[in-house]
Design a protein around this ligand. Sequence first.
Ligand SMILES: Cc1cc2nc3c(=O)[nH]c(=O)nc-3n(C[C@H](O)[C@H](O)[C@H](O)COP(=O)(O)OP(=O)(O)OC[C@H]3O[C@@H](n4cnc5c(N)ncnc54)[C@H](O)[C@@H]3O)c2cc1C
Length: 384
Amino acid sequence: MPVEHAAIIGAGIAGLTAALTLSRRGISCEIFEQADELVEVGAGLQVSPNASRILAELGILEKLSKVWLEPETIRLVSGSSLRQLAAVPAGKFARQRWGAPYGVLHRSTLQNALLAAVEADPFCRLHLGVRLGSNSPPVERPADVVIGADGVWSKLRQSVPGSPSPRFSGNIAYRFTIPEAEAPAFLDRTSVSAFLGGSAHLVCYPLKETGSINMVAITAGNAAPHAWRSEPTAEQRARLNLQLSGWNSAIVSLLEEQQKLTFWPLFETTSGAWQDGRRTVLIGDAAHAMMPFAAQGAAMAIEDAYELAAFLANRPVAEALALFERHRAPRIAKLRQRGAFNRFAYHAKGPIRIGRDLVLGLKPPQSLAADLDWIYGYRAQHTL
Ligand SMILES: Cc1cc2nc3c(=O)[nH]c(=O)nc-3n(C[C@H](O)[C@H](O)[C@H](O)COP(=O)(O)OP(=O)(O)OC[C@H]3O[C@@H](n4cnc5c(N)ncnc54)[C@H](O)[C@@H]3O)c2cc1C
């Protein structure tokens, strides 16, 4: 029997996008979100063409592209000398090469645009303040399929035998923003820049909507098993400073000056089953939370939502879920490998770092772009 109604747990990027992609297929849904209000935490987000082309189809992109920035390049820069090591063209080049734009924006801009579309959609019904596991969802209609879009700490995973588990990645993100007017000149206002150094890297890009620069430093570090974002302790700050030894003094002082740093331990999931062979499926971070070394976690959540709806559109649920998992798993595995490679290359020290800088310096921009074709040029399929 074809799917008519879905229950979605979690109204993050995965859950809200899934509601919209299902609605486009004539499948109604109820979304259950634990928060009483959707306030997006965090700061910036890079939206690559593989995701923006889906947002375009959902009618969201026009709104976003009015306020976001399409960076001219994505630069890799030495964290010690501030010398540019390589630059992948983006901007107009991204639109031409990958057929959709590459944009950077505040996460709340995307979340609010998705939320407004969900609220305006008669096929979608959002229930706030409902936590799976604590109170029973006020279901209005029994669901043919249950979609777990409840993030890295997913509760719905318990319903999927052999599902992944969260584990600490060994990395910490330190996040902050700086008003653009106060930002030092070496922070490029037109590009995404990743400053690379031994054991750490720092990603910076402007957020046009807020007139600020989004900054995320990622370093190796320790965290308690269930640690959540918080302010760093004096000890954690000291450890961060230690990891920046050998970095350019302008970057070190910039981090030292920041009063408002967020300490954000990075958790990822192990591999495991995403569906129970009947009617429950996990998507987004609930299925495959990954490190932000390829900036693709939200993009994968958006692709998942789009392709899950394609599978569900014309098949019995159990078959659709099994095919969805089989189709998506290799792409996610390949992206994780790319993330692990970037982590190795970005945080390289000594001779490996010298080799990396030489190789990057020799690669023409076209070749750097070609290396990203399989990620950014991916066209999530409408018919599966
Ligand atoms: C530092 C950093 C930088 C990043 N940068 C990028 C980037 O540039 N580009 C990119 O594509 N990705 C990036 N990512 C990854 C991206 O943020 C995530 O992959 C993405 O937000 C996951 O979305 P999600 O909807 O699956 O999960 P979440 O955003 O975690 O949403 C889960 C939702 O479920 C709700 N929920 C949880 N439990 C329950 C429950 N029991 N009952 C009801 N509701 C529940 C939560 O409240 C939440 O609203 C980055 C991540 C980090 C940490």
